[in-house]
Design a protein around this ligand. Sequence first.
Ligand SMILES: [Zn+2]
Ligand SMILES: [Zn+2]
Length: 368
Amino acid sequence: MKYVDCPLCGGNVSEKTIIRTGRCNNCYAEESLLNLLDHDSLAMRHRVEWKVNLIISFNDFIESSSFSRIFKYRIVVDFQKVINRLNDTFDSRLSESWLNNVYYDISAYKSPKYLDIIKVFFFSQSLIAFDVNNYPWSVTILDNWYYYNEDILDYYFDDRRCHDCGVFKGKQTHNFCETCTDRRSLKRLCSKSTLEKTFESIEIKNLFLDFVNFMLKSQLQFRTVHDVSNLLVHVFIRMEKLLDSTERNKIISFSGNTLQEKINIKWICSTFESYTQLSMSSTNLRKLPAAYGHFCAFLHSQHILSPDVILPYLRIEGRTVEMFISDKNDRTKIEERILSYPSRFRKLLNYYLEMKSKKIYVLEKKMP
Ligand SMILES: [Zn+2]
Ligand SMILES: [Zn+2]
């Protein structure tokens, strides 16, 4: 392809483009945008003044970004098409799902990024009602809009501030602050499309979300919730394999039958030891004991695992994950010895043993 200089800006441009439009794409976009925003033609196209004003305000917002002319032109075109779909007498709030549908219907670019920016603008004008039940299983709101502030137009394109919540952030290379970055990662992990790729059965998918919610309820940081849940996807996939295909397709009660029977100490040991075969980062390996603790606590909370079960210990040696059932043999030994005592002592000794093992269980639970 032959390149020449653009007669307007001097930039590099293919000869083909010059023959077609007489200028580079950037200059072409700039001129198209100017034409589009010409007040008289806007008024003719949209008839009512509030629509014209909205398009001009939207363009002012886009102008504050460092996007290219082409990007700016395209998004204003999309915005104008959305405005076109609103009634002239519109005086309430449009719903987010309506906007999603309309956007993918009218846009030639169908860019989630454009759509987000359009939503942000409508939010700043109090013209949008966001959908509230995108993550109905979660105690914490994961949607981005919940973290937007009124002055979002002032900070959305400011590289020094978080695009979602507006706090000043350290690294300029990231669009979001740490909390919002972690929340967005968790949201992605729990999104419908990711879950559909990860799990086959609705039951395990829901159980996984219950687990994420269990962690959110403990008011842990988004980072911890994300990292632990992400690490345990492997465990939930193995759990899914426990269910045969007929069980997978019908609604079953996890606490009542199937899983309760199949999830035992042996399964827990082999599942966590199977992490040895995965090539894990050392960071993830370090997080595994905590993840194991959260998982066991979850199984207890769901009554999948009885609280009387003495849990094995998880130990990491180099890159090997080992599980230990330490107390079981000791306990059997003690029970045998108790039997050798006169019967009037047995009851008391058994009671003492019971108390002791409960204490061990509580201590295990307290371990991070
Ligand atoms: Zn040019
Ligand atoms: Zn933020």
